[in-house]
Ligand binder design. Structure first.
Ligand code: CMC
Length: 440
C-alpha cells in the first residue's frame, strides 16, 4: 500500500471495485464520486449534505474563520486589529479589493461613496406605499430590489467599470435606505445625507437629526458604530452570503441579489437574532428569572437567542469585542438594565453542562442589540443595522464568485423519495387522502 499520497482510496462494497480520488486542500471533489456506479447506466454516487454541514461550495480568499480557536480574519488581518484601528470604509475596501487602501486610494474611495449617498426621489414614493408599522427590514429588502429598476445598467455584471459603479451605489445608498425606512416607520420627515460627515456619522444624522441645523454625531457612539460595522462586514459562507452567491450565480444584477441576501439575513436564526435577543431579554425581565428561563431552554421549549453558532465552537471573537464596546457606549448613554440580565444569562449558560457539552457560546448578536438600544435605535432596526455593513461582504463574495472560472449556476442535486410515474385520477374518483397531508 502506498503512503503519503494526496489521494483517497474508496472501496465500493457493492461491487468490490476501488477508486482513487485526489485530495486537495483537505477536500475531495464531489464530482469525483460520480464515476462510482454499480451498473454503467447508473447516475453515479452523490454526496448528501443537507444544510451544507460538511461541503465547501467555493474557494475563497476573503474571510478566514477557525471556529475551534475563535479566530476571525478579513484578508488575513485579525478582526481585533481592524476593530481597534480601522474604519468601516477601509474594511469594505479591504474586503472588496484584497488590500488596505493607501491614502490616495482611501480618499478616492471615500469620495465616490460619499457622492452616491442620495437616492432617487421616486424611491420615496415606493416607501410611502408601506404601512406605518411595516418592518424596516421588509422595507429595506424592497427598496434595494427597487433600485435595480432605477439602474438597469447594473445588469452588465461583467463590465468591470459598470460593476464598480454599482459597488459605489450599493455601499453608499444602503444607509440612506435604512434610515429612510426607519423614519417612515415613525412618520418623521426624511433627513438627507450630509457629505461632511463620516459614513457612520452620516448614518446617525439620517437616523436621528431633528431640528438642529447641523447634526453632530457623538464621537463615542460614532466609533461604536464603526466597530459594529467592521465586525458585521463579512463572515464567509453564512446563510445570506450563500444566498447572495446562489442568486448571483444566475447572473442576476447585484441589487436584486442583495435584496435576496437581506431576506436570508432577516431570519431569526441569522441576522434577525439580535432583535430576538432583545425581545428575549425583555421577556426574562429580571436577573432573578434567568435560571428559570435557562431551564426552559434546556427543556427544549425554545433556543437561547444569541447563543450557538454553526462554525464557532468557542467564544465568538466578535461577541468579545462587542461586549467591550457596550461599556464604552454606556459611559455616554447610561447603563441599560438589560445588560445585567444578559451577563447573568451568559454566566449561567457558560457554566451549565447543557451549553458546555454542545459548545454553545455567545455569538455576535448577543450583545449588539443592547448597544443598539442604548444608542436609541428601534428594536426592529437591528437586522437592518446588520445588513448595512454586510453589504460590502456580500458584494466582495459576489465579485469573487463572478471571477471564479470554476463557478457555474448554483444548482444542488436532490435525493428523490416521492412517488414515481402514476396515472392521473379524475376529480370524482379521488379519495381525499391528500387532504390529510396538505398544508403541513
Ligand atoms: N439554545 C439552545 N440550544 C441550542 C442553541 C441555542 N441557541 N443552538 C444550538 N443548540 C443546541 C441544539 O438544540 C442541538 O442540541 P441537540 O444536539 O441536543 O439536538 C445542538 O445545540 C446543535 O445545534 P444545531 O441546531 O445542530 O446547530 P446549528 O449549527 O444547526 O445551528 C444556530 C446554529 C446559530 C442556527 C443555532 O445555534 C441557533 O439557533 N442559535 C440561536 C439563533 C442565533 O443566535 N443566531 C445567530 C447566529 S450568529 C450571527 C448570524 O449568523 O447571523
Amino acid at each position: 500500500m502506498s503512503a503519503n499520497k494526496d489521494t483517497l482510496t474508496i472501496t465500493d462494497n457493492r461491487t468490490g471495485q476501488q477508486y482513487e480520488v485526489p485530495i486537495e486542500y483537505d477536500t475531495i471533489r464531489a464530482m469525483d464520486l460520480r464515476q462510482i456506479k454499480v451498473n454503467p447506466e447508473d447516475f453515479g454516487l452523490m454526496t448528501y449534505d443537507p444544510a451544507f454541514m460538511n461541503t465547501a461550495s467555493c474557494k475563497s480568499q476573503i474571510t478566514y474563520i477557525d471556529g475551534d480557536k475563535g479566530i476571525l480574519e478579513y484578508r488575513g488581518y485579525p478582526i481585533e486589529q481592524l476593530a481597534e484601528q480601522s474604519t468601516y470604509l477601509e474594511v469594505a475596501y479591504l474586503l472588496l479589493y484584497g488590500e488596505l487602501p493607501n491614502e490616495q486610494q482611501l480618499q478616492q474611495w471615500q469620495y465616490h461613496i460619499t457622492h452616491h449617498t442620495f437616492i432617487n426621489e421616486n424611491i420615496k414614493k415606493v416607501l410611502d406605499g408601506f404601512h406605518y408599522n411595516a418592518h424596516p427590514m421588509g422595507m429595506f429588502e424592497s427598496m434595494v430590489a427597487a433600485l435595480s429598476t432605477f439602474y438597469p445598467d447594473a445588469k452588465e455584471i461583467f463590465d468591470v467599470e459598470c460593476r464598480q459603479k454599482q459597488i459605489y451605489r450599493l455601499i453608499a445608498k444602503v444607509p440612506t435606505i435604512a434610515a429612510f425606512a426607519s423614519r417612515h416607520r415613525i412618520g418623521m420627515q426624511y433627513s438627507y445625507p450630509d457629505n461632511d460627515l463620516s459614513y457612520e456619522g452620516n448614518f446617525l444624522n439620517m437616523m436621528f437629526k431633528t431640528t438642529e441645523l447641523k447634526y453632530k454625531p457623538d464621537p463615542v457612539l460614532e466609533r461604536a458604530l464603526t466597530v459594529l460595522f467592521i465586525l458585521h462586514a463579512d463572515h464567509e459562507q453564512n446563510c445570506s452570503t450563500n444566498a447572495m452567491r446562489s442568486i448571483g450565480s444566475a447572473h442576476t444584477d447585484p441589487f436584486s441579489a442583495i435584496a435576496g441576501a437581506a431576506a436570508a439575513l432577516y431570519g431569526p436564526l441569522h441576522g434577525g437574532a439580535n432583535e430576538a435577543v432583545l425581545r428575549m431579554l425583555n421577556e426574562i425581565g429580571s436577573v432573578e428569572r434567568v435560571p428559570e428561563y435557562v431551564q426552559r431552554v434546556k427543556n427544549g421549549e425554545f433556543r437561547l437567542m444569541g447563543f450557538g453558532h454553526r462554525v464557532y465552537k468557542n467564544y465568538d471573537p466578535r461577541a468579545r469585542i462587542i461586549k467591550q464596546v457596550a461599556y464604552e457606549v454606556f459611559e455616554v448613554t447610561g447603563k441599560d438594565p438589560l445588560l445585567d440580565i444578559a451577563l447573568e444569562l451568559e454566566r449561567i449558560a457558560l457554566e451549565d453542562e447543557y451549553f458546555v457539552k454542545r459548545r454553545l457560546y455567545p455569538n455576535v448578536d448577543f450583545y449588539s442589540g443592547i448597544i443598539y438600544r442604548a444608542m436609541r435605535f428601534p428594536v426592529d432596526m437591528f437586522p437592518v443595522l446588520f445588513a448595512i455593513p454586510r453589504t460590502s461582504g456580500w458584494i466582495a463574495q459576489w465579485v469573487e464568485m463572478l471571477n471564479d472560472p470554476e463557478q457555474k449556476i448554483a444548482r444542488p442535486r436532490q435525493v428523490y423519495l416521492g412517488q414515481r410515474t402514476r396515472q392521473y385520477v379524475p376529480l370524482a374518483q379521488r379519495d381525499g387522502a391528500a387532504a390529510q397531508t396538505a398544508g403541513r
